[in-house]
Write a protein that binds this ligand. Sequence first.
Ligand code: RB5
Length: 145
Amino acid sequence: MRISIASDHAGFEQKEQLKVYLEGQGYGVVDRGPQSDDRVDYPDFAQLVADDIAKGQADIGVLVCGTGIGMAIAANKIHGVRAANVINVEFAKLAREHNDANVVTISGRFVDLDTNKRILDAFIGEPFGEGRHAGRVEKIMALES
Ligand code: RB5
């Protein structure tokens, strides 16, 4: 499992800790930045992770900003990306089971670190539900063309 992770300044502190957490579980983690909490623009970092997904260089993307909302909006502009803004464990599971999301965007300002760790565990561990969900996800992807 290869994971690409990035943040903006608002998500930097949690991004650093979540990277260590994921590496500790044995995942291959590529950190797309930033390398400090200096003010940056979240679309620049959403693009780096989304490109890793689009090019098949990562299986899952993790993006952390203040809310997770801007990261999701930006990442979903890249073809092949299904980014979900997730604030609890149940949404993490449903984003995988129903939507086959390949990027999870999380909040560094409104969701605590332990909850975000459990969100990542759930997102990574939950398989796509296939069945009735498959045709719906195909219709989402058809909207790109
Ligand atoms: C930065 O102030 C903030 O706008 C950003 O982190 C994020 O919450 C955007 O959606």
